[in-house]
Design a protein around this ligand. Sequence first.
Ligand code: EPU
Length: 416
Amino acid sequence: MDKLRISGGVPLAGEVAISGAKNAALPIMAATLLAPGVHRLRNVPRLRDTQTFARVLELLGAKISFDGNLLTIDTHTVKSVEAPYELVKTMRASIYVLGPLLARFGQARVSLPGGCAWGPRPVNLHLTGLQAMGAKLDIEHGYIVARDVKLRGATVSFDVVSVGATAQLVMAAVLAQGTTVLENVAIEPDVTALGEALVACGARIEGLGSRRLTIHGVSALRPIDATIIPDRIEAATFAAAAAMTGGRIRLLGVVPEHFEAALHKLEEAGCAVERGVDTVAVSGPARPSAVNVVTQPFPGFPTDMQAQMIAVCAIAEGTSVVEDTIYHDRFTHVQELARMGARIELKGNVAVVNGVRHLSGAQVMATDLRASASLVIAALAAEGETLIDRIYHLDRGYEALERKLSALGARVARVR
Ligand code: EPU
């Protein structure tokens, strides 16, 4: 199994081009099922998760070709409506095929995702929303099964803001008969990007970017030709690396407003941040100051940056309090950071981080995507060498991470 060896202590310096966003690419890949045709998605990050989703589409019958970051998906040939457990269990986002399959074929057999390494991640809102639109869904042998579905417009008010359920119902509603109103929707840039890609191919969606969407169903859509937005979490992770190493990194090809909450928190921790039109420069302080963080749906501080921010707080001067209100158990990085000398006390979904002056390199284990990212940036700042095991988690969500870090001066190597 691949490991990452990092010798810490080098302030990162230079420019880094940010890749397309994984969490924007996945729902748009699913949306290609809505219209038979040849779809072109540009700036798709080459990651394990986009490869896995491509595999799901292939199993349904789509023809896939990757040329650099251009992904071409031909959905003329889609015949199957089954997303098998073997793939869904490795990537929960596979459930995104459910709404499009119901919208186009009126039937689906999609595995339920099952548990997640960091606590319950239910899909009840996806299911009740589709049921409100007329889908009769049965659970059979671990699969969500639907037959003879004719989706029709409905009003659905989410009691929890959910990125996945919002995207799922948007995809179902664009081809449904009549008008769907979705209330209390997620307004993450990934959701808005999906809506914009659908509008560009003929969907009628009003209210994009607001908490209420009105979707008038149309009878057919044209194939999608879209450019995936930059990955705000990758960008914010590099910004956190600048903060931790006292370096200066210029992020290229970003939308600064998409990760404003993280930038603002890094400024509070002592970073200097210069926002350009599509660039952001972040200079880290000699030592960060403690900050308090509460994760919230967009535009709040993202749960996908909680682990990386805890790493920054681990070497900050003072005591930081970091609360995750989205995922209460998403703290597997805490024990690993402790092996590097971090002093973190976990009380439920709140981490109290007593900053230490230096972390020390150690052998640690990556446990999920963002936890792994927090170990990487901790290792970049730590004294001595860190060996991070199970880095396949990182390959799910960070494109060319070692190459990008090396170009910024980091001493990093992938070892077997
Ligand atoms: N929730 C429910 N019922 C549902 C769906 C969600 O109760 O049916 C709850 C969740 O348990 C959670 C909250 O709603 O407490 C928000 O979850 P959401 O549905 O927004 O999460 P998701 O769509 O499953 C996406 C990202 C995650 C990111 C979350 C939150 C993708 C593919 N995944 O997940 O990204 O953490 O939104 O922003 O877009 C990552 O990239 O590392 C990652 C995990």
